[in-house]
Design a protein around this ligand. Structure first.
Ligand SMILES: Nc1nc2c(ncn2[C@@H]2O[C@H](COP(=O)(O)OP(=O)(O)OP(=O)(O)O)[C@@H](O)[C@H]2O)c(=O)[nH]1
Ligand SMILES: [Mg+2]
Ligand SMILES: [Zn+2]
Length: 457
């Protein structure tokens, strides 16, 4: 650690596994010598974690057998901490939704898209902060975007498997005394202004983006327990992305049937608003937020699998980005207008989702997205949904996160207006025409006035 300029250390950082806050000076090191195998928190197969007292000139700590050690670990849970987390603040994002609603597909499409979109259009560098930690997600990206050109359709279910409920691919098991606790494995990305960014090389804008892939069952009522703390990132998240799957809602399916005389592909019917109610409960419990108060972090209600239900909400396929000169910004007005229109559709079909979302957060934005970008085909031989051969182009998957980043750090992701955009007042400042069923404490569904116009063009 001595190799890092002490002045660049954060005063406090947060473990992305157990969300413990600690001073970077308190980070533990992971022993290198084979004699030092076995750790009280992580079991006999893991190397011992220790508090260092001696360093070599490179800043690597010496373990008790005098071997230099570079890998660091959280002082509470002992799980690995990448060095960048000592100098750049974490930025937590939660993706939540029912089983099968499309979280894993969305996450893989999101990170794949960010890898090329951020450097090429937003002058932001976006790289794996911990390639080992990101291995599963990288494999999911490859499975969707680097498919072998066999010329044959690929069954969707084989591209990314259902997220496991336990095991050590997505989770770590940590022993706190006699209590064994399951924690989620984070996916970590380094995000910083790159060459040509208007804010220059500002270290204040560097972040470690922390993402998680939970199985939907972990958002079930009662699934958060002392021994299963896999969704507690919800309380830390600066951006919440709730995936609503229209194919799982019988009323949405009926509306689609009435409008098109066609059927949506089958999705397991579920009460999707319960995920939002439970998430709100968990955030309230973990942050001490009062029962009547709303969370001040933005909540994106993303209606996913847009490729199949698009006829109910036809909008141009272009992403909400505006490029003028060398710079690209987010067209926030377009997003707010689309959000207001989509909200009307949801109020008419699934009003309880709107109520649950707006009871939970004071900043709710509705948005359509499709990780696959095009509707699956049915393989006549097997009658299963497949991805036709050829590349896929996701639609709308990055916009919610970019908007969330803009709300948190407006100098990192800029907002721009389309020069020709007939800039109507954001929906936030117009009265909503669709009445909301009233519940105590429910909002009008408008963004809070605190989201200011910082438009640059
Ligand atoms: N049409 C369409 N189907 C999708 C899309 N994304 C996912 N799906 C379908 O939804 C299924 C479930 O997606 P997953 O991402 O595995 O769902 P999940 O929310 O991670 O599910 P759990 O891991 O069980 O919680 C996939 O096997 C696909 O069949 C999409 O963009 N369009
Ligand atoms: Mg999954
Ligand atoms: Zn920890």
């Amino acid at each position: 650690m001595a190799a890092i300029n002490v002045r660049s250390l954060l005063a406090q950082t947060t473990c992305p596994h157990c969300w413990h806050e600690f001073a970077p000076q308190d980070v533990l090191f992971v022993a290198s010598h084979e004699d030092l195998r076995g750790d009280p928190r992580l079991g006999p197969d893991e190397m011992l974690r220790f508090r260092p007292s001696r360093f070599n000139p490179m800043g690597h700590a010496f373990d008790a057998r005098n071997l230099a050690c570079q890998d660091m670990a959280c002082p509470r849970c002992h799980l690995p901490i990448p060095e960048v987390l000592l100098t750049a603040e974490p930025f937590f994002v939660s993706i939540l939704g029912t089983p099968g609603c499309g979280k894993s597909f969305y996450l893989a499409a999101l990170t794949w898209e960010l890898r090329h979109l951020l450097p090429s259009r937003f002058a932001l560098s976006f790289t794996d902060a911990d390639p080992a930690a990101n291995r599963v997600l990288n494999a999911h990206e490859s499975s969707l975007f680097l498919r072998e050109g066999t010329g044959k359709p690929t069954p969707l279910a084989s591209l990314i498997l259902k997220t496991e409920l336990g095991g050590n691919t997505f989770f770590s098991s940590v022993s706190f005394g006699t209590q064994q606790v399951l924690l989620p494995k984070p996916f970590l990305f380094s995000l910083r202004p790159g060459p040509g960014h208007p804010a220059g090389n500002s270290p204040d804008l560097c972040r470690v983006l922390c993402l998680y892939d939970n199985p939907g069952e972990h958002f079930d009522t009662g699934a958060d327990k002392t021994n299963q703390q896999t969704t507690r990132h919800l309380a830390r998240a600066q951006v919440l992305i709730y995936l609503f799957d229209p194919t799982q809602d019988p009323r949405f399916r009926q509306r689609f049937r009435d409008a098109t005389q066609r059927e949506l592909p089958p999705g397991a019917p579920s009460r999707q608003e319960t995920v939002l109610r439970e998430a709100a409960d968990r955030v309230r419990r973990l942050t001490g937020l009062a029962a009547h108060a709303r969370h001040d972090k933005p909540l994106f209600v993303v209606l996913t699998k847009y490729d199949v239900w698009k006829p109910l909400f036809p909008v141009p396929g272009d992403e909400p980005f505006v490029t003028t000169g060398q710079q690209t910004g987010l067209d926030r007005n377009l997003m707010l207008d689309r959000s207001a229109a989509l909200r009307k559709l949801l109020v008419q079909t699934c009003p309880e989702v709107v109520m649950a979302a707006e009871d939970f957060s004071s900043q709710v934005i509705y948005w359509p997205a499709s990780p696959l970008g095009r509707a699956p085909v049915i393989d006549p031989a097997t009658r299963t949904a497949c991805l036709a051969p050829g590349p896929i182009t996701p639609v709308g998957v990055t916009a919610p996160l970019l908007f969330g980043l803009n709300i948190a750090m407006k100098n990192l992701v800029l907002v721009k207006r389309k020069p020709s955009h007939n800039t109507p007042a954001p929906e936030s400042s117009r009265p909503s025409k669709t009445p909301m069923p009233k519940t105590p404490g429910s909002s009008s569904g408008r963004l809070r006035p605190g989201i200011s116009e910082d438009t640059q063009s």
